[in-house]
Design a protein around this ligand. Structure first.
Ligand code: NAI
Length: 434
């Protein structure tokens, strides 16, 4: 770890462009901006040294500057080798913030970047909070730098896959600090994962390939929150969508939403576009590749690049790989061309700019509330995984209503009594599924 290195980004001359985009994003991120108003004066995060590992995009820049406005020191890396927007990273670096991120890294560079965020200027100023997306930073601290754990009050985790890793640790009794699961705030998974992918999946496929989507057959592997948004995205563009699932409930949902549900091995035979969205591994393997149509487009929108067996592809047909442009590769398998996007890494951040600001404001408002809660009240929490209480989830939603012209009803005293619910909420019991 090089303590003297302040940041490392691709090109500082992009900072001005990045700043202009950050300004535009702020107008679409009312949740974060209102937290700046609510807490900016008191600086409740004073003393917090937050290491963050989350796609270094324009939206994330607004998150970073919100944490700083609330008093924190922040260092940042991206959680994916392709997801950084270099103009966002440059704009953040130009503010003197320690960001280590650029688009198109090797895995080694990515690990190096995460490592640079562990200390704030000197060996005696380690991180004391973690903000993670996918668990790579968390794992680095827990497994490679366990001596740092004692300094860390808590962590907040953004995504399904990272949360899954945390629950595994909790069950094994190896979670050493309290954690807040951001993903399972309703205002995260039911919005970012769903409505975010609804906008960003087709955006990515279009930017990468310019293919006409209307009339095509698309397959979505997995019908959870991301799968639901992805299938809606493709249907919205006029594609005929087939879903694959292992869970009978999600399969039934897909069918009743009007999608065909099949096995992947059958679906790939007719598919023009194949998208994995499961958080599982090996949805697309050798036998699927061999059955694909000529010019089939294959991509993944789940967190890790193991949903598609790219390793098999590279081992057996790597010699046919023909890069059309960055993050768009054509392989020829037994005479058929297959187009692979973002090397099987999450396509919406690899081939486009991820989700729009407005939906990310919901996710990131949860993140800031979680960091505040853990920084100020870590002693209230055991070494377990928590979700934010419902009143905060409802607060996040409430902060986003005005921007889009939503006007709420208010319970009358009689209605409030009849339902047994305060007019200020929470409006639903914990088991309600939305
Ligand atoms: P989820 O758990 O709600 O849904 C995953 C679905 O895939 C489940 O219904 C499961 O039954 C199904 N599934 C699992 N293995 C399968 C298999 N072998 N074949 C077919 N279906 C299978 O998870 P969620 O929230 O939808 O997230 C999925 C992935 O996307 C995760 O890795 C998550 O971290 C990531 N993610 C990506 C985002 C992006 O912007 N690209 C945004 C949010 C999450």
């Amino acid at each position: 770890i090089d303590f003297s290195l302040k940041n490392k980004v691709k090109d500082m001359s992009l900072a001005e462009w990045g700043r202009k985009e950050i300004k535009l994003a702020e107008a679409e991120m009312p949740g974060l901006m209102s937290l700046r108003e609510e807490f900016g004066k008191d600086k409740p995060l004073k003393g917090a040294r937050i290491a963050g590992c989350l796609h270094m995009t324009i939206q994330t820049a607004v998150l970073i500057e919100t944490l700083i406005e609330l008093g924190a020191e922040v260092k940042w890396s991206s959680c994916n080798i392709f997801s950084t927007q270099d103009q966002a990273a440059a704009a953040i670096a130009a503010e003197g913030i320690g960001v280590f991120a650029w688009k198109g890294q090797t895995q080694e560079e990515s690990d190096w970047c995460i490592e640079q965020t562990l200390f704030f200027g000197s060996a005696d100023r380690p991180l004391n909070m973690i903000l993670d997306d996918g668990g790579d930073l968390t794992n680095m601290v827990f497994d490679k730098y366990p001596e740092l754990i004692q300094h860390v009050r808590g962590l907040s985790e953004e995504t399904t896959t990272g949360v899954h890793r945390l629950y595994e640790r909790m069950e094994k009794g190896t979670l050493p600090i309290p954690a807040i699961n951001i993903n399972d705030s309703v205002t995260k998974s039911k919005f970012d994962n769903k409505y975010g992918c609804k906008e960003s999946l087709v955006d990515a496929i279009r930017r990468a390939t310019d293919v006409m989507m209307a009339g095509k057959v698309a397959v979505v592997g997995g019908y959870g929150d991301v799968g639901k948004g992805s299938a809606a995205s493709l249907r919205g563009a006029g594609a005929r969508v087939i879903v694959t699932e292992i869970d009978p409930i999600c399969a039934l949902q897909a069918a009743m939403d009007g999608y065909e549900v099949k096995k992947m091995i059958d679906a790939v035979k007719e598919a023009d576009i194949i998208v994995t969205a499961s958080g599982c591994r090996d949805l697309i393997r050798k036998e699927h590749f061999l059955e694909m149509k000529d010019k089939a487009i294959v991509c993944n929108i789940g967190h890790f690049d193991i949903e598609i067996d790219i390793a098999w592809l590279n081992k057996n047909y790597g010699n046919t790989k023909n890069t059309i442009k960055p993050q768009v590769d054509l392989y020829t398998i037994e005479g058929k061309d297959i187009i692979v996007l973002a090397e099987g890494r999450l396509v919406n951040l690899g081939c486009a700019t991820g989700h729009p600001s407005f939906v990310m404001s919901n996710s990131f408002t949860n993140q800031v509330l979680a960091q505040l809660e853990l920084w100020l009240h870590a002693d209230k929490y055991e070494n377990k995984v928590y979700v934010l209480p419902k009143h905060l989830d409802e607060k996040v939603a409430r902060l986003h209503l005005k921007k889009i012209g939503v006007v709420l009803e208010e319970l009358t005293p009689e209605q409030s009594k009849y339902l047994g619910i305060s007019k200020d909420g929470p409006f639903k019991p914990e088991m309600y599924r939305y």
